[in-house]
Design a protein around this ligand. Structure first.
Ligand SMILES: *Cc1c(COP(=O)(O)O)cnc(C)c1O
Length: 372
């Protein structure tokens, strides 16, 4: 048996819309009908007034930071444990990312650590809803708002997740989503930004397409723009996925709840945490080895690989990235621990129960083999 860690799930509905988009013959530019259809459908799904599509999740973060008014020399507080795209976006605008440690139960930003790091230079915060778990910053929201610190939610791994009844992407000033091949919703590559701020939405639409002149001469540009346009064909796939979001996401949740059940009595692993006021969409089934021992993880995952079960190690935090973070020596113990002890197992929508059972049996065998 060979089970890959992730596989795309594209329905006939997706294919029909992609072909319709090709038949429109708007192969590039923003004139194809699916750009607007996708944006309207996604805004409705998240429960915000505006959604602006772009090429990918990294671009969505970059554009959000610009729209939040973050400039060179500003500080941006960022959850340390994430895909490094979150940090790169801060570096693209010349700002200083300040990595904040995470909580060990949810792997999301620790709000009390945020409070300690706020200074007059703090312009924005990026919270990351990692592995489908919504970050809870409710205790510091009033404080952030009072200081006019803009909140950007990195929702790349959490389409459809909710906290206190609110969809992620509708909580802060901006929500940045990715539609990469392995995300909860996908169009291969793709991204979208959600916001309730009308003037920010107008500016986002402009700068994602080279900031062409709006009144008068098109070639007298409004400001520095970017070519972050999504194509109509990708928008058609993303539109289809958004229309079917609840179905696709509930399939993913079922797969992960099956793992919860199969691993329930297995004490060597810390499973994704359950919280009452939260809808977790998981993204990938991500686990932590209780034993804080990196050799243990490498022997486990190589055993799994030999028996055909593909895994991925958890993220390495920014504070440990010596090639891209030369200036500062941050130390965040929880993020560090995760870098050594987490990994994720095959999670895709049409994985069979037999395959899931095989993954779990292999995991148990893997632990036995290294404990000898
Ligand atoms: C995937 C991901 C991104 C980047 O999205 P792309 O579409 O790959 O550019 C950003 N943040 C997080 C947390 C991600 O998982």
């Amino acid at each position: 048996m060979k089970i890959s860690v992730s596989q795309p799930y594209l329905t006939d509905h997706c294919k029909t819309h992609a072909i319709k988009a090709i038949n429109e013959e708007q192969i590039s530019g923003l004139a194809g009908s699916y750009i607007e259809k996708f944006e309207k459908e996604f805004a409705k799904y998240i429960g915000v007034k505006y959604a602006v599509s772009c090429t990918n999740g990294t671009a969505a973060l970059h554009l959000s930071l610009i729209a939040a008014g973050v400039k060179s020399g500003d500080d941006v507080l960022v959850a340390d444990l994430t895909n490094m795209a979150t940090f790169f976006a801060v570096q693209y605008v010349g700002a200083n990312p300040i990595p904040i440690d995470i909580l060990l139960d949810t792997y999301t930003i620790d709000p009390l650590k945020v409070e300690e790091k706020i200074t007059p230079k703090t312009k924005a915060i990026i919270i990351v809803h990692l592995f489908g778990q919504p970050a809870d910053i409710s205790v510091i929201m009033p404080h952030l708002k009072a200081r006019n610190i803009k909140i950007i939610e990195d929702c790349a791994e959490a389409h459809g997740s909710k906290i206190f009844g609110k969809m992620v992407g509708s909580i802060g000033n901006f929500g940045a989503f990715s539609f990469f091949g392995n995300k909860n919703l996908t169009s291969g590559e793709g991204g979208i930004i959600t916001t309730n701020d009308k003037s920010a939405a107008t500016r986002l639409r402009n700068i994602r397409s080279l900031a062409f002149g709006i009144v008068g001469n098109k070639f007298v540009h409004e400001e520095i723009g970017y070519n972050y346009r999504l194509t109509n064909v990708h928008a058609a796939i993303a539109f289809s996925q958004t229309q079917n979001a609840e179905n696709l996401i509930s399939k993913r949740i079922s797969v992960c709840e099956k793992y919860d059940e199969l691993l329930n009595n297995f004490k060597e692993l810390v499973l994704p945490v359950k919280r009452d006021h939260v809808k977790n969409t998981y993204w990938m089934y991500h686990v932590r080895i209780k034993e804080p021992d990196i050799i243990c993880r490498e022997s486990l995952t190589s055993f799994l690989s030999k028996v055909g079960v593909e895994t991925r190690n958890g993220f390495v935090p920014y504070s440990q990235q010596n090639n891209i973070n030369k200036k500062s020596n941050f130390n965040n113990p929880n993020a560090n621990l995760c870098a050594k002890t987490t990994f994720y197992i095959p999670t895709f929508l049409d994985i069979t129960t037999e395959q899931q059972q095989y993954v779990v049996e292999s995991l148990i065998l893997a632990f036995k083999s290294i404990k000898k």
